[in-house]
Design a protein around this ligand. Structure first.
Ligand SMILES: Cc1ncc(COP(=O)(O)O)c(C=O)c1O
Length: 399
């Protein structure tokens, strides 16, 4: 069984750590790992203020609150995104304004200029799949229009633009450590801030319940049990554990309707920080592996993957094909879960677009790319042999 999204970053040491933590409930909430993780992030980015949350969603929600915006204020974001980015904007009663994308699947600076109004206050750039946006052009637009720039680094922890780390360009940025990101503690996120005044405005939150933390700790363990039998039995087990709420879902049903689950926003508990610290230390190793696997896909499929002036994260290997949706389904039928980011202008595909305030037809390129994008796994548990196997199937399917 090959999967792009079911706890893909988990290795043996993470599993043992999780198993130890399960039996130490006194360490689930408070402990010394929060400060350790903050220290690692501050040092890596050379940024003075870091706050930790139980998800990127919680982080963005609290960051937006800190700007004291008014109800009519607009937040510019790209289409071809996840509802996890849109929801924190809606939960703050702000208006998302969707901007179309360029061939890099990032916000298009030309369309951005067209979408700016007198109510535009914030611009969030996404660095989709860990490919940095055209930062020089973005910074020019930000300056000319007096916007506040936030970087969504959910896909781009470790990326660079002209030697500068992604996440250090804006007024603030946020990271995600959720299950299928660059590093993973099942759920988790952080805000990075340069100035003290803004940092002091970030809400001090409660910890999530111990049950919530327990649910996340169970995730890597149960998933590792399910993966070897991921046929009919594995799928049934996955659904069964999710129905019983023993396994958490990446996105809940209510979020697809624009609603806020009660476990967001919360602060990051110590047990989750402990998993995130262990993964953070493997950032370089993960990067080198993802690059090596991308090189194989690139060579075998004849698609270029390197770009001038940037360091990408290679979170996933992007492949375009007119029949992308059909190909994804055919892979899934063979129990090979390749990626469907993003088969809809706002993913997951069963997200209620009206509730997201997205009008079909408003971002034509994003909608076009949503029809033809599929992505291949590059994570640490994908071997060179598996990458070649995936390519052989892909070749067969596109023949
Ligand atoms: C582009 C993007 N931004 C933000 C988020 C939110 O991150 P999290 O899952 O940690 O809430 C996600 C994750 O789903 C994402 O894909």
């Amino acid at each position: 069984m090959i999967s792009i999204s079911i706890s893909p970053n988990i290795e043996k040491d993470d599993l043992f750590l999780t198993l130890r933590l399960i039996f130490q409930p006194s360490k689930w909430k408070k402990g010394d790992k929060e400060e350790e993780l903050k220290g690692l992030i501050k040092e890596y980015f050379n940024i003075p203020y870091v706050s930790l949350f139980n998800s990127g969603r919680s982080a963005l929600y609290c960051l937006l609150r800190a700007f004291n915006l008014k109800k009519k204020d607009e937040v510019l974001i790209q289409a071809f995104t996840c509802n996890a980015l849109v929801n924190p904007i809606l939960w703050n009663n702000l208006t998302p304004v969707y901007v179309d994308i360029d061939s890099n699947l990032n916000i298009d600076p030309l369309d951005l200029r067209k979408k700016i109004t007198t109510n535009s206050k914030i611009l969030i750039v996404q660095h989709t799949f860990g490919n940095p946006c055209k930062m020089e052009e973005i910074l020019k637009v930000v300056k000319e229009n007096n916007l506040i720039l936030i970087e969504d680094c959910a896909h781009s922890l470790g990326a660079e633009y002209k030697g500068q780390k992604i996440g250090t360009f804006g007024k603030a940025s946020f990271l995600s450590f959720s299950r299928d990101k660059v590093i993973s503690s099942v759920y988790g996120g952080a805000i990075l801030i340069k100035d003290k005044e803004l940092a002091e405005k970030i809400l001090e939150l409660d910890y999530p319940s111990n049950f919530w933390t327990f649910q996340q700790l169970l995730h890597p363990l149960l998933i590792k049990l399910i993966i070897p039998c991921y046929n009919f039995l594995g799928k049934a087990l996955l659904i069964f554990f999710q129905r019983l709420h023993i396994l958490s879902k990446a996105v809940s049903y209510e979020e697809k309707q624009g609603k806020k689950p009660k476990y967001f926003p919360k602060k990051m508990p110590n047990a989750i920080a402990c998993l995130a610290c262990n993964q953070f230390k493997k950032l370089d190793k993960f990067y080198l592996h993802r690059k090596k696997i991308s090189e194989i896909y690139s060579k075998e499929l004849g698609v270029s993957y390197l770009e001038k002036d940037v360091k990408k994260t290679y979170l996933r290997f992007i492949f375009f094909h007119e029949k992308a949706h059909e190909i994804i389904r055919k892979f899934w039928k063979r129990n090979i879960l390749i990626g469907d980011w993003y088969t809809s202008p706002i993913a997951p595909p069963d997200t209620n677009l009206e509730r997201m305030k997205y009008k079909l037809g408003s971002c034509k390129k994003a909608e076009k790319y949503a029809k033809k994008t599929l992505n291949l796994p590059t994570h640490i548990n994908i071997s060179k042999k598996q990458a070649k196997y995936i390519v052989s199937i892909l070749r067969e399917l596109i023949k």
